[in-house]
Design a protein around this ligand. Structure first.
Ligand code: ATP
Length: 489
């Protein structure tokens, strides 16, 4: 692992080799920025999703989950501002015809300045970019690119077009009849799951008899026609979001915003990932709907990048839906306002949103877990690739390995499998040497391997091997299930 680029490449190869992630439709050479999760990846992704879902819905009495459709009435996206505002400023290089997102182009240059030890210059460049982005000053941004002689990586020239806005929503058509006006049939693939929550706000509030403050959580696919889609599953065109909208009384947003920032950071830390891998980044340019916003950034192999967004969305979305649908989106609050001695009455709630990409969380978890270890001794060369995944998230919790294929060992091993299978994911393997089988389980991130040997037949004990320390201990076979269950909780 000479450098972070090599490390990132090693993680991508590992994901493919061990059935975590494949390029989509690979036999046709793949589809850019679209990926499939394999047999191990689907399990790991599900475990991350479940961990988030449980932390939101099961552990909070005032948060419920929904599952809204991907297709929504097209007016939803007019009301939310996505038709008019869901744009990224882009610039094209006239020689290579390559298109760049302006902030990525400038950030990339700042990164190379930092690598060259010019930290102050890089910081000044980023500060200038933030200020210009905040004003939507495209002429100023182009000037900044030219003044800094930022080149296209392909043509290596500074021959740039003007900066233009590019909408990121995918659209398709509904129904079988072709309309003369294509706009009539146009529907969008949702670019975020949040709007499915907003349009169901009153349905959930009324049927669930929810009292403010309360939250609605959702996990689901989102689609964005990302222009510069690279860095593996960090930026995809089809991805999954885990979002929660927390509905509150107007005027309490500052306090809830701070609370959710803390709660979400604690969620990340609860997985045992070191705190220094995370940092907050406050938004300089606020989105059209927000009165405060920050990202939780994670130190990915390619540096600190956004993993989760926490946004104070005011009453923007519900107000917009009220206006476009002509249906009141109000809540009646019968709690007494101490200032007036009367109920708070009718209002459109304010919202704090927490929004995390499931795929980005997957990348954070797997890149943190991946280690290549040199285990060579004077006698022989040896190494292993190990995924030190949090036990709760590991795709397989326990591998059951009979030492040989005979003498009744497979039958005894099967007894242990039968005992554990209903409670957590187990894996049975009798091929190859024990050493090879351990290595394979290390690469999949399996925290416990149990070897059933001849001694097991006589005294009912087995060897349990711990993934991270590689330590082995002799335990009663009847205690294995409990031992693993304890580690999962
Ligand atoms: P970025 O600045 O990286 O494009 P964003 O600020 O547009 O992200 P949000 O709209 O706040 O992202 O979406 C919430 C979360 O969804 C992000 O923090 C990220 O984890 C995830 N996400 C957004 N876009 C993508 C994508 N193209 N691929 C994978 N995950 C994504």
């Amino acid at each position: 692992m000479a450098n972070d680029t090599n490390r990132f490449q090693a993680i991508i190869s590992h994901c493919k080799e061990y059935g975590f992630i494949f390029p989509s439709s690979e036999i046709y050479d793949g589809l850019q920025a679209v990926y499939d999760y394999g047999q191990m990846g689907a399990e790991l992704k599900k475990n991350i999703r479940d961990y988030w879902w449980k932390s939101m819905t099961q552990l909070n009495d005032n948060i419920v989950g929904i599952d809204a459709a991907i297709f929504m009435h097209p007016t939803t996206w007019k009301a939310s501002g996505h038709v008019d505002n869901f744009n990224d400023p882009m610039i094209d290089n006239k020689d290579s015809k390559k298109r760049y997102r302006v902030d990525h182009l400038i950030e990339g240059h700042a990164e190379s300045l930092k690598t060259a030890g010019k930290d102050a210059e890089a910081d000044a460049l980023l500060a200038a970019m933030d200020a210009l982005l905040a004003k939507d000053d495209f002429a100023g941004l182009k000037q900044l690119i030219e003044d800094n002689k930022i080149k296209c990586a392909v043509s290596e020239t500074c021959n740039w077009t003007d900066i233009r806005q590019f909408n990121l929503m995918f659209s398709t058509e509904f129904g079988s009849t072709v309309s003369s006006d294509a706009e009539d049939n146009k529907v969008y693939l949702r670019p975020e799951t949040a709007q499915g929550i907003f349009v169901n706000f009153l349905n959930v509030q009324k049927t669930g008899r929810m009292k403010i403050p309360f939250g609605i959580a959702q996990v689901g696919k989102a689609f964005r026609n990302e222009i510069v889609a690279r860095q593996f599953i960090f930026r995809m065109r089809e991805f999954e979001q885990m979002e929660m909208q927390f509905f509150i009384r107007p005027g309490t947003q500052k306090e809830w915003y701070e609370k959710w920032k803390e709660t979400r950071l604690n969620w990340h830390k609860s997985l045992g990932i070191p705190a220094e891998k995370y940092r907050f980044h406050d938004h300089v340019k606020l989105a059209h709907y927000a009165d405060a916003a920050c990202d939780i950034e994670f130190e990915f192999p390619m540096g600190f990048k956004e993993l989760e967004g926490i946004h104070s969305r005011t009453d923007f979305d519900l107000k917009q839906h009220q206006e476009y649908s002509k249906k009141k989106q109000q809540y009646f609050d019968n709690d007494i306002d101490p200032a007036t001695g009367k109920p708070y009455g009718n209002y459109i709630p304010y919202v704090i949103e927490t929004s995390i990409g499931l795929d980005r969380m997957f990348l954070a978890v797997i890149s943190q877990a991946y280690e290549e270890q040199d285990l060579s001794t004077e006698e022989k060369k040896d190494s292993r690739a190990v995924l030190k995944l949090p036990v709760k998230l590991a795709p397989i919790k326990l591998a059951v390995l009979p030492l040989t294929k005979k003498d009744g060992l497979p039958e005894l091993a099967e007894q242990l499998m039968a005992e554990c299978r209903p409670h957590f994911r187990c894996f049975y393997e009798e091929k190859d040497s024990i050493g090879k089988r351990y290595r394979r389980m290390d690469a999949l991130g399996t925290p416990f391997c149990v070897t059933v040997d001849h001694q097991s037949l006589t005294d009912g004990t087995v060897t349990i091997r711990h993934r991270d320390s590689m330590e082995q201990e002799r335990v009663k076979m009847s205690e294995v299930r409990e031992l693993v269950m304890k580690a999962i909780c």
